[in-house]
Ligand binder design. Structure first.
Ligand SMILES: NC(=O)c1ccc[n+]([C@@H]2O[C@H](COP(=O)([O-])OP(=O)(O)OC[C@H]3O[C@@H](n4cnc5c(N)ncnc54)[C@H](OP(=O)(O)O)[C@@H]3O)[C@@H](O)[C@H]2O)c1
Length: 328
């Protein structure tokens, strides 16, 4: 088996990879798209990877275009291990429909869950006021901050990210209502609802977390009707995709105080254009699609890939494999 990966990934994790899978050939792509295997240069049209392991460095000035070009065109390719959890880009569906196996990565979930906790704690404690007071050297007591203990959270999308969020929020004493399409009965939440029953519980939630994929069913899930049904002063956190939120409706709703704050790691257009009103709205916190960038993601991505590589080689089902039914 030849596995395509970036030189950056091999430089970081080659020791673990070669120790765990000594018989595998590692086809390494440099930043400029050149390929080599065991130090010998390989022409792009002669490369025959059976597996391609995409890693997060592809998003950071990595050889994204030649890498995905090879994934899309190499007749030898059987499995693409994507570095992303999302699969809304048509590239993924095209591969699956061609018969190439595609797996998603959930290595960033703990990092995203910590971001969500931090976002809600900051909002409940009014942390920006503390920072401002310190900057002004003002000793101003706050005596009314909200607590996660005793609060209710609604987590929409109860997969890798949503489950990590739910465990952490419950550990701090929150009641968590989770939403997924096919409840299995073992979710780490207090109550489960299916997507058609969100309206029944929305008004109870002090924090609403979006962690479902972008699909036709979730497009503008958060619209004017959703927003008006939220609890006054509640916090909306979107770590999923910008497509889930009608941003014009959100801005109008925030002006009324319901919800009280929107924390957006993702926006409909990325990068968010400088002229977007989201940048300056006093009830919006914007971060540049970075919640998943915790340092532990690298090692977890290797664990995840090696586990799936062993399954692949044994002919067992892969974890997080996309099926035709998953595709938008
Ligand atoms: N901000 C970032 O940097 C970042 C990083 C990673 C991922 N993401 C986004 O977050 C999404 C979730 O990631 P994940 O790793 O948690 O994925 P995941 O493990 O596949 O979980 C997705 C969850 O969403 C549920 N779901 C699907 N359709 C739904 C609907 N219409 N309404 C409510 N819930 C629905 C699924 O329910 P069932 O299991 O019952 O089908 C599942 O529980 C990704 O698709 C991606 O777009 C963002």
């Amino acid at each position: 088996v030849d596995v395509l990966l970036t030189e950056v990934a091999f430089a970081r994790d080659g020791g673990r990879l070669t120790a765990a899978a000594p018989e595998v050939g590692w086809l390494r792509m440099e930043a400029d798209g050149r390929l080599h295997r065991d130090g010998v240069e390989v022409a792009r049209d002669e490369a025959a990877p059976e597996v391609a392991w995409g890693t997060g460095d592809l998003f950071d000035d990595g050889p994204m275009r030649p890498f995905l070009g090879l994934v899309a065109r190499a007749p030898s390719l059987r499995w693409f291990a994507s570095p992303a959890a999302g699969f809304d880009h048509p590239f993924f569906g095209d591969l699956v429909r061609k018969g190439i196996r595609v797996t998603t990565s959930h290595a960033s979930s703990p990092s995203i869950a910590e971001y969500v906790l931090r976002a809600v704690l900051d909002a409940f404690q009014g942390a920006d006021q503390w920072r401002r007071a310190q900057a002004d050297r003002v000793w101003r007591t706050h005596d009314r901050h909200r607590e996660v203990a005793g609060s209710t959270w609604l987590v929409i999308g109860l997969g890798a990210i949503g489950s990590e969020v739910a465990r952490r929020a419950r550990a701090l004493g929150a009641t968590v209502i989770g939403v997924r399409r096919s409840p299995a009965g073992n979710e780490p939440v207090d109550e489960v609802r299916t997507p058609d029953r969100v309206a029944e519980v929305l008004g109870r939630a002090h924090a609403v977390v979006l962690s479902a994929p972008a699909t036709p069913a979730t497009r503008h899930l958060v619209d004017a009707a959703f927003l008006v049904a939220m609890k006054p002063r509640s916090v909306l956190v979107n770590v999923a995709r910008g497509d889930l939120v009608d941003e014009a409706a959100l801005l109008a709703a925030l002006d009324t105080g319901t919800p009280g704050l929107a924390v957006l790691d993702v926006t409909a257009t990325e990068p968010l254009p400088p002229e977007s009103p989201l940048w300056t709205h006093p009830a919006v916190v914007v971060t540049p699609h970075s919640s998943g960038r915790g340092l532990g993601r690298f090692d977890r991505a290797v664990d995840e890939f090696l586990d799936n590589l062993a399954r692949y080689r044994r002919g067992e089902p892969l974890r997080s494999e996309l099926t035709l039914a998953d595709l938008p």
